[in-house]
Design a protein. Structure first.
Length: 72
C-alpha cells in the first residue's frame, strides 16, 4: 500500500492552471461572440469582402451604385 501525499505546491499549481484555463475560455467566448454579432449585423453578406484590406475596384463600383440607388 502506497501513500500519496499531495504537496501544497501541487495545489497552488493546479489553482493557477484552472484560473488560466477559465481566462482562456472567456477570451475565446468574447472573440466568438463579437464575430457572431458582426456577421449577424451585416445587411448584405458581400459587405464582408470589403474588410480584407485589398482594393477591389468592382466592389467599390458596386458600393457606389448601391449608395446612389439609396439616395434617389
Amino acid at each position: 500500500m502506497t501513500l500519496k501525499v499531495e504537496h501544497d505546491l501541487h495545489k497552488r499549481r493546479l489553482d493557477k492552471n484552472v484560473g488560466l484555463g477559465v481566462l482562456l475560455a472567456a477570451f475565446v467566448a468574447i472573440v466568438l461572440g463579437l464575430t457572431v454579432v458582426k456577421v449577424q449585423t451585416l445587411d448584405d453578406p458581400r459587405e464582408m469582402e470589403r474588410f480584407d484590406h485589398v482594393a477591389r475596384p468592382a466592389l467599390e463600383e458596386a458600393a457606389r451604385d448601391q449608395s446612389q440607388e439609396g439616395a434617389e
